[in-house]
Design a protein. Structure first.
Length: 310
């Protein structure tokens, strides 16, 4: 099966004209990438300047910030694909993961857009896309990505009945960043440190009865459906707090002075049910991911969802 796949990729490579070259974008050429995207018309995404990878001590020659497609006949850039890298612990081992963003190819060369995948497929990394356009899902399938389905539910976060619940006063919300960090385990502290410069909101919820471990949440303010929404990106121990979603979400809304809450999730059982379904809206999203030796993850941490503001 692997040999057949290799032969297929070789055939695809041969279809790419010799004048089209894919070259890495390092930290020294990132401004060129930003200038290129800013001058393009009809971008199918909202342009945001590219930034460095999550974490420190990256070699941007080995782990570039993206790739140019260059037409060597006139030396013009005719396409770009951004890459956001991170280091993630999976089953106790650290792996480099690559989130694909800002994919644009000039109309004349779009049929060869798949050429960007060749340098990615040659590396021992996990590759994924959190905001892919539906029109290019076929390219991901061509390169044997698993096409998962993520869900996003948003709605009124304040549950009036929860105000009369005996559990409403049970939970304490901590906003002080140092207090939060000092109470996190190693994994959650890594998430805290590597997301702190991206306008994320960190909260810690403590059980006054001390029956439950503290709950660490990472949220991001987003503009959706013409509303300002608090998106829940990460929860440290959902299983323990899931039954208290109405009380917790209501407290979060009052604390941060927001009316709407959204949540990204993959399994329905991981959804926080803070209000009846008729007060919320749920949409599905594609989530292509190229596993590494069967290893993968399913969340929106370390991605353009976090890195770029509305």
């Amino acid at each position: 099966m692997e040999k057949k796949t290799d032969l297929y990729f070789e055939k695809l490579k041969k279809r790419v004209p010799k004048n089209l070259k894919i070259e890495a974008v390092t930290d020294k050429s990132i401004n060129l990438a930003n200038d290129y995207l800013k001058t393009r018309k009809n971008l199918e995404f909202k342009f945001s300047p590219l930034k460095s990878h999550f974490g420190n001590d990256w070699d941007y020659n080995t782990n570039p910030l993206g790739y140019f497609m260059r037409n060597t006949e006139n030396n013009k850039i005719v396409g770009f694909l951004g890459t956001i890298c991170s280091r993630r612990l999976i089953q106790g081992k650290e792996f480099v993961c690559c989130n694909l963003v800002h994919w644009f190819v000039e109309k004349e060369f779009r049929v060869f857009a798949y050429a960007f995948f060749f340098p990615l497929m040659e590396r021992e990394i996990i590759v994924y896309a959190t905001t892919p356009r539906d029109t290019i899902i076929g390219i991901y399938k061509r390169f044997n990505f698993d096409i998962e389905t993520a869900k996003y539910t948003a709605g009124v976060g304040i549950n009036i009945l929860s105000l009369f619940s005996k559990n409403y006063g049970r939970f304490l919300i901590i906003k002080n960043q140092e207090d939060i960090k000092n109470q996190l385990n190693i994994n959650d502290r890594k998430i805290f440190d590597e997301h702190k410069e991206y306008n994320c909101i960190n909260l810690l919820i403590k059980d006054k009865k001390n029956q439950l471990e503290p709950l660490y949440l990472l949220l991001k303010k987003k503009k959706k459906y013409n509303f300002s929404i608090l998106d829940i990106i990460y929860l440290s121990n959902l299983k323990e707090y899931k039954n208290y979603a109405p009380e917790i979400c209501t407290k979060i809304c009052f604390t941060l002075k927001k009316l709407f809450i959204g949540q990204l999730y993959f399994k329905t059982e991981n959804r926080l049910k803070f209000n009846p379904n008729f007060t919320t809206k749920t949409v599905e999203r594609f989530y292509p991911i190229k596993k590494l030796n069967g290893l993968s993850f399913y969340d929106y941490l370390y991605s353009d969802v976090i890195m770029f503001d509305d």
